[in-house]
Design a protein around this ligand. Sequence first.
Ligand code: ARG
Length: 458
Amino acid sequence: MKLWGGRFTKETNQLVNEFNASISFDKRFFRQDIDGSIAHVTMLAAVGILTHEEKESIIKALTDIKNEIIEGTLEIDESFEDIHSFVEAELTRRTGDTGKKLHTGRSRNDQVALDMKLYTRDDIDETDRRLKHLMATLLTMAEAHTETYMPGFTHLQKAQPLTLAHHLGAYFEMFKRDRSRLHDIRVRMNTCPLGSGALAGTTYPLDRNMTAQLLGFDGPTLNSMDSVSDRDYLIEYLGALSTIMMHLSRFCEEIILWNSNEYQFIELDDAYSTGSSIMPQKKNPDIAELVRGKTGRVYGALTALLTTMKGIPLAYNKDMQEDKEMSFDAMDTVKACITLFDGMISTMKINKQAMENSARHGFTNATDAADYLVGKGVPFRDAHGIVGQLVLYCIEKGIALDDMTLEEYKAVSPVFEEDIYDAISIRNCVELRNTIGAPGKKAMQEVIEINKKYMEEN
Ligand code: ARG
């Protein structure tokens, strides 16, 4: 059952077997393992190490094994050490001595390096697809909400008015950078370690360019020691996944606030909320909280792998087997979070009125009142002081700047005229901000067009 019993005279301790085995988690890349083996034997036949018949027989059996596992008619036997051992044993069971030639010129070290790369590459593509879907949701929502006014915050204090489209647009930009990071990693990692052997290449005349090409890589890796002990691409990917989670988590924090009884900016759909076992009135934002919470385990995977790798001498060491469970967990977590988050925001109800009311109360137009005075020739620092007095006056009276009479304005500064009301209307405060990247509708629509083009091209 083992790939390496020859030089041993004693059975392995059972606890050691269990501790050492990786099949319970590396079975998930059986497809990649088999695809790698098919490329390997195709190349072995091309360079004359296997006959055409041997190659055909191995490829047919490997293809059957893969299909049967997918269909569920062949169960992966977890008493094997790892997925590589299981596939090879099953192949040999089916093809006899021919199957035993599969591993010619290969080590499990370059094999596992390849499998993990292939699996990660597929996962990057799937994460990217889901992120793009979420961005399409954001873009559609942004288009519908270029006139949905709301307060923008700094220090979680109401600052200046903007629109929901603008707020959503901020996240669109973050996810755009996330996708670009995924793209960069995919380009940098796309070299093939197969053919590096255990650490020092092999004496067989392997055609590494051929296997690289068959497996969709840009070419072979250029140092066999680095090939079998490089997990940089995984660290980079976990870094990119951590950043995606950081973005989702910040967004979730806002969703939770917006959905709270105090804000009521949005209402999460019943299908994306949960109840309380004791308090009948509750409708909780558990999904947003879970996404925020799961951010920790993805950061954990990054930290764990960085720590695992830091003291490993060249080349392969078994420590590296520890790359898998935490990376798989992070990959699964992020994909699920993106999709759940997407569904949650695309179904939530937006209370335009509550958002706008909140922007009206809280002096988000105070800067514009100061700018109004500047327009009338008052130096900005003086204008700032005058509006400060107005705000204090309003707070004492429990009113908004818009509610003050012209007499009240003039009592503080004679410069104020009837046109102050227009100058500080929430709509005008937003709509006059029309430099590129600002929340005004014209600027926002321009950015939406740029981003639509981005979606077509990326
Ligand atoms: N399960 C191992 C891993 O994940 C496969 C490589 C084993 N190689 C070895 N020389 N023990 O890293």
